[in-house]
Design a protein around this ligand. Structure first.
Ligand code: NDP
Length: 278
């Protein structure tokens, strides 16, 4: 397992690209000043990775935040996702063009299939393979793909996804899926790493936070990285954006990593990839 060193640290994807293992999520950050500020604050605090999606309706603000920051575009690992209603081959190519236009960029660092839409995701994937072959995106991946979705995709895909972005926190560890991804060189990535904010109301995490003199957010985000999982906590508040990334001056013991692992109860705060209707 790679050593976790600093906010600019990376995991290496199966195509050799270095992906910063810590990024800013912007789901529910409002387009305009809110998301512009969040992106600027994050980049200026040393984050090198921003995660958006066309459905978040804030790609313009994300692009503006990058432009207004002191960090050059080439130093930002920028991720977006094709939304379900755009899935299919031609429509995905169009959706990609629209996303990069809104983001004010020529390329993406990573483009993801947002959800495994039945009957469509293989065509969507072919479009991502084309974008990758054409050099318009540096890595391609999926999101919300369970093992059976991945197995089905891998039967016909030319390229193995570089990333699988999944709901992941101590109540939803899905270690079998992580193992499957590791065996297939697919980088696991956490969405809602802090249970969309609900983790802060749970006493069982407070003890661990006190033990390390850290916040609950810092404990779970450090756990993500020690497990080899990329993480993209969301905040639109400057102090939290800075504090959430302050996780490189301590290390969780193996026992405490295992303790967090053992809290798994299959609890989702977001939709189930086996049963969604959007
Ligand atoms: P998170 O688990 O990151 O939690 C975000 C919530 O926690 C917000 O309400 C935020 O509020 C609050 N928060 C953040 N830091 C702190 C702190 N230190 N103390 C107290 N509260 C805090 O949830 P998300 O669902 O946003 O997931 C993260 C990212 O993952 C998304 O932004 C998105 O980029 C991605 N994602 C991907 C999905 C997919 O299907 N691929 C689905 C869902 C998310 P505030 O902003 O006010 O600080």
């Amino acid at each position: 397992m790679k050593k976790i060193t600093d906010l600019q640290g990376t995991f290496t994807l199966n195509n050799g690209v270095e992906m910063p293992y810590f990024g800013l999520g912007v789901y529910q950050s409002e387009d305009g000043q809110e998301v512009i500020n969040a992106v600027k604050w994050a980049l200026e605090a040393g984050y090198g990775h921003i995660d958006t999606a066309s459905i978040y309706k804030n790609e313009e603000g994300v692009g503006q935040g990058i432009q207004e920051s002191s960090v050059p575009r080439e130093e930002v690992f920028l991720v977006s996702k094709v939304w379900n209603s755009d899935q299919g081959y031609d429509s995905t190519l169009k959706a990609f063009d629209a996303s990069i236009k809104r983001l004010g960029t020529e390329y993406l660092d990573l483009y993801l299939v947002h959800w495994p839409v039945a009957g469509k995701y293989k065509d969507t994937w072919r479009a991502l393979e084309k974008l990758y072959a054409d050099g318009r995106v540096k890595s391609i991946g999926v999101s919300n793909f369970l093992q059976h979705h991945l197995e089905n995709l891998l039967k016909t895909s030319e390229i193995t996804p570089m990333v699988n972005q999944m709901e992941f926190h101590p109540y939803l560890v899905q270690q079998d899926l992580i193992d499957f991804c590791n065996e297939n060189a697919i980088q696991y990535e956490a969405w809602s790493p802090m249970m969309q904010g609900k983790i802060f109301q749970m006493d069982e995490f407070k003890q661990l936070a006190d033990k390390y003199s850290k916040t609950i957010a810092q404990i779970v985000l450090r756990w993500d990285l020690q497990k080899g999982v990329v993480t993209i906590p969301k905040s639109s508040k400057k102090e939290r954006i800075i504090a959430n990334a302050d996780i490189f001056d301590f290390e969780l013991s193996q026992e405490d990593v295992a303790k967090l692992d053992s809290m798994h109860k299959g609890k989702r705060f977001g939709p189930d990839p086996n049963n969604f209707d959007f």
